[in-house]
Structures are given as structure tokens and as C-alpha cells.
Design a protein around this ligand. Structure first.
Ligand SMILES: [Zn+2]
Length: 857
């Protein structure tokens, strides 16, 4: 025993020796400034470093300084290497495995005595994650990151050295490298023209654009997954600072405290820690003479979807900052009369206690943004090192409170039996594991159980429970504070998965073991025959249909009234492997049932407007994930008509009518033109071309607001938006006020006609994600047209809301949520709710897939 230990010690010493001597003897390399390295003045007007330049600078820093290392977080959607700089003293970096381990133990303190936790907090380093530029046109922080890293690795003053000794900084210069490149290229292309600094006509992420910060509980995008892994499986940072930019005409910077409302399940210590950091930031900004600092403004403490917010439920301090934007790297002049409030926390632009020193207006440039951000980044490091022990102990205290405040016999159960889509149910368990949640599986693999008494127990309750939006009124008799983003995120409801809170006996608890990975349901072929079938109730069945059709196989649909249809595959050499891969179980059968019809592959066109639609990107992402071949159609192609030659299905993603028809974000307000090749919409001729497409047998699918593009005059459909005045869809609209009707992103109950092809395989009652005043009122069509109400709201308003917030739901009573119109072979399907909202509503994906497959029946 003794001998073994001394051999081990010797090995460690030998391993350390060459490093120590190398450190002592190697000459200090010259550390270049960002401007020296990139050969232009970083932060100057009209100058931007693109992502490759930024990452090459960080690599140069790593090569010339022992205070900085580069970690690769993974590849981006478009294959770029996503980097994170790890900055601290040389000694801390050498011992980073030890400090990660301490951070992990503080995040999950079960089994440690309070003396042990004190010792860990004493010995541990504050791990501070700073993420920049998730929104790519909020470009300042990506440039600032280089300057701040340079400052930290070259500092010789005792205060910075003390901070570096007490902390490890994880600095991600861009959370969306692909978008950083796109924005920089777009900016450089138009600098010096009248389009300089203008918006891009496409999304700055291949799929999701600005919604890349709406993905942090669902983890659908590769960049989100990369960071999630580093945070909740490797580093366990105690503090996350996420640096953004906001509009140009209000305050100069937002810092914590957040605005109301506040989430019930977040431990208040999170906000106490955040507010400490906010106070230091405000202090240092004022001290440096920076005006326009605001807190308790716009950004609430309620919504869990963005970067650091998700961490709140996992006992992590997390701070958002927002600096006013310039025109990318072009300075702007703001007249004092243009300065405005108009947001929660600042109604009029004037001095208030949360805004004690208003910015007077004037010139605002990239350099200003970076200067504010350098100060707050320093203040963040100052805070986490000054209060290091308290913050570290706080993380363990919050985790212990989460464990102790929950009943140890209370579990969330996700059964697999009786589940309509057991593959999606398994995916929910896999998602929780990705989040670092403790998940257990029964030995017979028939259910997952998740203890609420665990460090991330409040996250589990938030994500699996339902939301009741707090109706906070800032002053008596006023309206309630509106949610910042959506108001519902209950994963079981969104995913169409049955999950329930249960009490387990100790025997039942012992029958379940903690798992690292899920066991997917048994898949592949059962028996052997000429045909194989599966009930049409699982999203992955559509992925299998697409895989088999792509491989040249044949697929049939067999229907029976009031039952889920069967999808039947003719035997094919690739069938078994594809079914295995997609976790689908197929049953052999000797022959095709009578009346089975072939499902033909269809060609899908997805309309892409120039006022970029995130729903277009999400729709493309979801369809690609499930193996649908999708091609984008732009205005020119729609206007050129003859669409049937190339497409069987055309999807108009959620976009306002003005965007689709005119290429304008709004009809009323000033709209800065795009370069000519990106100007306009489909126009009247485009609408006529779409009508012709349907008349010649095409299937047109409209998602949410896009239904209003099918204006009465051309299409003459017997339907109107019941929430927008009289007249046909698209005509006679009036904006309904939020005082009359407000559903800001909530889950509402709808009933579906399971005998309609668009609702095949669905349960008769579902949770639909709704975020706009849109519900259909159909009327009687002419004899040559058939209209179907495929899904509708309950008769009584009190049955409508399931999770989130809804006001004015009596206006939805008995109104239609999904309708279709057929004339000859042509079909139109209108979805009034968000059938695939942000790739999160897996419980309703099938209705979109069905609508597409309907075209191939
Ligand atoms: Zn942002």
C-alpha cells in the first residue's frame, strides 16, 4: 500500500518535472495586441474582425502566454471550430482538473459535510463563464473579447494577478461563429454604400437566427449542445455572464437586477449573487464616467430559455448585459429628442432611481460598446473573486436546499407503456440526461423515474410541470407585466409525452438505477414477411418513410375509421438497418391489407422571405431532421409561376402578410430598404402563382400568420381570422389589443378530427402552442370545394389554457385551429397554431408531417 503510493507520487513528480523546468527556462514570447496581430485597429469605425481572425488571435495568445489555453467546444452547424479560452494563472491552469472536480462537488454536494464544503469553497477557484455574441449582429463583445483576453494575460498589476489567482475565466468569443462570419462578410460587402450597417436579408444562423438564444432547454442546435456539455458535464462554472446588445435609442447598458416577474422555483440566492455583480458593474461604469446605465428594465427573471437563465434552475448565478447597438461597426448619431423609454422599467426616457444618469444622446460607436463591455467584464471578474468563497458556498447551499426541500419519495415518472410515441418519451429522458439531471430507469426498461430531490430538482419541476404566469401589476389598477418571451415550456405537453409526479416506495426506488445513457425502445424487424407495419403514431415513423423512399422502397398507408392508420413498408434490403437506427419496431405481415394506398414521395418547397423568418429556419431544421427533402423557394421563383413542375408541396412559414407580399416588416413604420436583389415580396403575381399551383393539384401549407397571405381576392376562401375583425383572411384586418386578447406563447387545448389525413395518428385532444391572435372561422363553401375543420378549441373558455398565460380565451371558444380546403386534387392546409414551434413541440410535429404526406396519397 505504502509502496504503491510512493511509486504513484514519483510518477506524478516525473510527469511534472519537464513542465516546471520548461516554464523556468523558456523565454517569454512577445504577446501581440489584437491590433498588432490583425494589422488593423480593432474597435475602430468600420473595422471588424471575423471569426477566423478572432480564433487565430486567441490561438496566438495561447502560443505566447501560459495564462491562456484554448479548448475546442466542437464544430458549428457549418463546420467551424468553436473555441473557448481558459484564462487564469499558469499554476491554476496546470491544476485545472482539480478545480473542475471541486466545482463539480459544489454543484452536487450530496454526501459532503458542511465542513468539507467549507474546505472545498476555500480551496476552489471561482469559475466564471463569459459568453459573447450569441446574436451575431450584436458584434461588440466578439471584438472586445480579444482585448480583454490580452489585458488579462499581460497584466502585471497585483490586483489583476490576485483576480487571476482566485478565478478561472472561461471566455467564449462567439456562441455563434457561423453568424459572426456572415454578419462580418455582409458588413464588409456593403461598407461605403448606402446599405452600410443595414440588416441582412437572411438568418445569421443556418437554421435559427436570433432564436439561437431560445434553445437552451431543448438543446436542438449543435452550438447549444457544445456549450451545454462544457458547462454541465465538464466545468460546472458558478457564474455565467452573457453579453448582448439591445436597441440604439434607449439606455446605453442594462445590468442586473432583472425586471419582474420572477420565477418561483429559482433559489433567491441566484438573484442575490447576480445583484452583487450588477452593483459592481454599475459602480465601475459610473466611476469611469459612463452614463446611461439601467437596471430593473425589460429583461425578466422568469423565462428559462436563454443561455445563463437556464442555469438559474441549476443553482448557477447568471447575468445578462445588454449594451446599446451602433450600426454594426458604423457610428450613429442619436438626437436627444430620439431617445426613448417605452419598456418595462422605463416608460419615459428620464432620470429614475434605476436609471440615475441618463445618456444625453450624441455619437455612439463600436468603440463605446467595447469600452462598456471591458468595464463590465472586469467588474464580473472582480465580483467573483471578491466574493469567491461566499459564491462557491452559495452554489452548494442552493443545491442542498434543492435536495432537502423536496420529498425524497417524490419522482417524475415517464412510462413507456401506453405512451403514444415511446421514442419521443425516451428522447425526453435523454434530454434530461444531457442537462445533467439524475435520471433512473427501471430494470425492465419500462419506465424512467426522475427524483425531484436532487441538485437540479427545481429545474426538473420547472421543465416537467406546467406554468402559471404570475400576474404582477407594477402599480394598482394597471395591466400585468408582459412576459419577455413565451409563457410556457412544459416539456411533456410540448413533446406529447405522458409524465406524472408519483410517490415511490423504497422498494420501487431500489428497482430503478441511475443511468448515464438511455436504452432506446426495441427496434428493427419482428418476424419476416413480404411487408412490415407500424402504427402511424411516432414521429420517427416519418423519418423511416423518408429513408425507405429515398432508398427506392415502397410505403403504403392503411386506414380504418377512428383508429391510427398503419404505415406498411414493402420488404427492402435497407429496411431493418433504417428501422434499428431510428428505434422503430416493425411487425412482419404476409400481405398488404385491402384498401392500402401507396404513399408517394413528394417534393417540398419552403418559402424563404427576405425579411428573414426564424420559423422558416426552424421548419427547415425539423424537416431535415426527419429526412424530408426540402428546397427553399424565394420570391423570384414564386412569381415565375409553373410551381407544379418542381413541387408537390409548398410551405409558407410563419411570417406577417406584409413580409410575404411586400417584403416589408411593417406596413406602417419606416423600413430601411435592402439591396435591390433582396427587395420586395411575392406580390399579387406570386399569390396568383400559388393559387394556380393549388388548382393544378399542389398542396399549400400555411403556418400561423402566413395564412393571412392568402388574401380573399385571389384565393376567395370561406375563412377568416376570428380575432381580426370581419372580412376574409387577409382583408379588413384590425390589430386586436393585448387588453382584449393575449396569448404570448402558451399551450392551449384543442380537439382534433382523427379521421382527417392531417390528424391521422394523433390523440383526440392535444396541447397546441399559440403565440398570436389567430383562430379560424370557416363558412360554407361552394359545391366544388370541400372545407374541413381539422382541429378546434373547446366550447368553454375555462377549458382552453393548459400551461402559460392566456387572456381573452372566450374569443377562441369553438373556433378552428387547423383547417383545410380541397378543390379537385388541390389542397390548402392552414395551421393557426405553431405546429413545430422552435423544434420544441414534438407532440404536434406529426400534423405537419401528415399534411406533407397527404400530398403523396
Ligand atoms: Zn441578444
Amino acid at each position: 500500500m505504502l509502496k504503491l503510493r510512493s511509486i504513484h507520487l514519483l510518477v506524478v513528480l516525473i510527469a511534472l518535472l519537464p513542465r516546471i523546468s520548461a516554464t523556468e527556462t523558456a523565454p517569454a514570447a512577445q504577446v501581440p495586441t489584437p491590433s498588432e496581430f490583425l494589422k488593423f485597429e480593432v474597435g475602430a469605425d468600420r473595422k471588424l474582425a471575423d471569426y477566423r481572425q478572432i480564433s487565430s488571435y486567441f490561438k496566438a495568445l495561447a502560443a505566447s502566454s501560459k495564462r491562456l489555453e484554448i479548448e475546442t467546444l466542437g464544430k458549428t452547424t457549418l463546420g467551424e471550430e468553436m473555441i473557448m479560452a481558459v484564462i487564469s494563472t499558469e499554476e491554476n491552469l496546470r491544476n485545472k482538473a482539480k478545480y473542475k472536480e471541486i466545482a463539480r462537488k459544489l454543484a452536487d454536494p450530496r454526501g459532503q459535510s458542511s465542513e468539507q464544503l467549507d474546505a472545498l469553497a476555500n480551496e476552489g477557484k471561482a469559475i466564471l463563464l463569459i459568453t459573447c455574441n450569441i446574436h451575431s449582429d450584436e458584434i461588440g463583445s466578439s471584438q472586445m473579447a480579444m482585448e480583454w483576453a490580452y489585458k488579462l494575460v499581460t497584466a502585471k498589476d497585483s490586483e489583476t494577478l490576485r483576480r487571476l489567482n482566485d478565478a478561472i475565466v472561461l471566455l467564449v468569443p462567439s456562441l455563434n461563429p457561423d453568424g459572426e462570419t456572415m454578419v462580418t462578410e455582409w458588413y464588409r460587402k456593403y461598407v461605403g454604400t448606402k446599405y452600410e450597417g443595414g440588416r441582412m436579408p437572411y438568418l445569421y444562423h443556418h437554421y435559427v437566427g436570433h432564436d439561437d438564444n431560445r434553445d437552451w432547454y431543448m438543446l436542438t442546435q449543435i452550438e447549444t449542445q457544445n456549450v451545454n456539455r462544457a458547462v454541465y458535464h465538464d466545468w460546472f462554472p458558478q457564474f455565467w455572464l452573457d453579453e448582448h446588445q439591445m436597441g440604439s435609442l434607449g439606455p446605453r447598458i442594462y445590468i442586473p437586477p432583472n425586471a419582474d416577474p420572477v420565477a418561483k422555483l429559482v433559489n433567491p440566492l441566484v438573484h442575490r449573487g447576480n445583484n452583487l455583480m450588477g452593483a459592481t458593474m454599475g459602480w465601475r461604469l459610473e466611476e469611469a464616467g459612463k452614463s446611461g446605465v439601467i437596471y430593473n428594465y425589460s429583461f425578466d427573471a422568469y423565462w428559462p430559455g436563454g443561455t445563463r437563465n437556464t442555469g438559474w434552475w441549476k443553482n448557477m448565478y447568471g447575468v445578462l448585459t445588454e449594451v446599446a447597438s451602433a450600426r454594426i461597426a458604423t457610428p450613429m448619431q442619436v438626437a436627444p429628442s430620439e431617445l426613448q423609454g417605452g419598456q418595462k422599467g422605463l416608460i419615459q426616457y428620464e432620470q429614475q432611481i434605476n436609471f440615475p444618469n441618463p445618456w444625453p444622446g450624441g455619437t455612439w460607436r463600436l468603440r463605446d460598446i467595447m469600452d462598456y463591455e471591458l468595464i463590465i467584464s472586469d467588474a464580473a471578474l472582480e465580483t467573483v473573486t471578491k466574493y469567491r468563497k461566499d459564491l462557491l458556498r452559495g452554489v452548494a447551499a442552493m443545491a442542498n436546499q434543492a435536495v432537502q426541500s423536496a420529498d425524497p419519495s417524490e419522482f417524475w415518472r415517464i412510462p413507456l407503456e401506453g405512451q403514444r410515441d415511446p421514442i419521443t418519451a425516451t428522447r425526453l429522458a435523454a434530454l434530461l440526461l444531457q442537462h445533467g439531471v439524475e435520471v433512473r430507469a427501471s430494470r425492465d426498461n419500462k419506465e424512467f423515474v426522475i427524483p425531484t430531490s436532487q441538485p437540479y430538482g427545481r429545474f426538473v419541476d420547472e421543465m416537467l410541470g406546467i406554468q402559471h404566469y404570475p400576474e404582477v401589476r407594477p402599480v394598482p389598477n394597471s395591466g400585468i407585466l408582459e412576459p419577455y418571451d413565451v409563457a410556457a415550456w412544459s416539456l411533456p405537453l410540448m413533446m406529447g409525452v405522458r409524465a406524472e409526479k408519483v410517490k415511490l416506495s423504497s422498494q420501487e426506488q431500489q428497482a430503478a438505477t441511475v443511468i448515464k445513457d438511455v436504452n432506446w425502445p426495441t427496434a428493427g424487424l419482428s418476424g419476416s414477411g413480404s411487408y412490415y407495419s407500424v402504427a402511424d403514431t411516432q414521429n420517427n415513423v416519418f423519418a423511416l418513410i423518408n429513408a425507405v423512399q429515398k432508398a427506392g422502397g415502397t410505403v403504403y398507408l392503411s386506414k380504418a375509421p377512428n383508429q391510427s392508420p398503419l404505415v406498411i413498408f414493402a420488404a427492402h434490403p435497407q429496411l431493418a438497418a433504417s428501422a434499428e437506427k431510428l428505434h422503430v419496431r416493425l411487425e412482419a405481415r404476409p400481405q398488404l391489407p385491402q384498401g392500402a394506398t401507396q404513399l408517394k414521395p413528394v417534393r417540398i418547397g419552403l418559402y424563404k422571405p427576405y425579411v428573414a423568418s426564424m420559423d422558416e429556419g426552424w421548419t427547415r431544421f425539423v424537416l431535415e431532421q426527419y429526412g424530408f427533402g426540402v428546397k427553399n423557394i424565394e420570391n423570384k421563383e414564386v412569381k415565375a409561376a409553373n410551381l407544379n413542375a418542381s413541387y408537390d408541396v409548398i410551405i409558407l412559414p410563419d411570417s406577417p402578410r406584409e413580409v410575404i407580399l411586400e417584403g416589408r416588416a411593417s406596413r406602417e413604420s419606416y423600413f430601411e430598404e435592402f439591396p435591390p436583389e433582396y427587395t420586395g415580396g411575392i406580390g399579387r403575381e406570386g399569390v396568383r402563382a400559388l393559387k394556380e399551383f393549388v388548382e393544378k393539384g399542389g398542396t399549400l401549407i400555411t403556418l400561423a400568420r402566413a395564412s393571412e397571405a392568402l388574401s380573399g381576392e385571389e384565393f376567395n376562401l370561406p375563412v377568416r381570422n376570428a380575432l381580426a375583425g370581419t372580412g376574409n383572411i387577409g382583408e379588413g384586418r384590425r390589430a386586436i389589443s393585448t387588453a382584449e386578447f393575449n396569448v404570448p406563447g402558451s399551450l392551449l387545448r384543442i380537439y382534433v378530427d382523427r379521421n382527417h389525413p392531417v390528424a391521422y395518428g394523433m390523440p383526440s385532444e392535444i396541447a397546441a402552442f399559440v403565440d398570436a391572435p389567430l383562430a379560424f372561422q370557416t363558412s360554407l363553401p361552394a359545391p366544388d370545394m370541400e372545407r374541413s375543420v381539422i382541429a378546434w378549441y373547446p366550447e368553454s373558455a375555462r377549458d382552453i389554457l393548459i400551461s402559460g398565460y392566456a387572456h381573452g380565451t372566450e374569443k377562441l371558444e369553438r373556433k378552428a385551429a387547423v383547417v383545410s380546403f380541397t378543390k379537385g386534387k388541390g389542397k390548402i392546409v392552414m395551421f393557426g397554431f405553431r405546429v413545430q414551434h422552435r423544434a420544441q413541440t414534438e407532440g404536434t410535429f406529426q400534423m405537419l408531417f401528415n399534411a406533407i404526406c397527404w400530398a403523396g396519397e
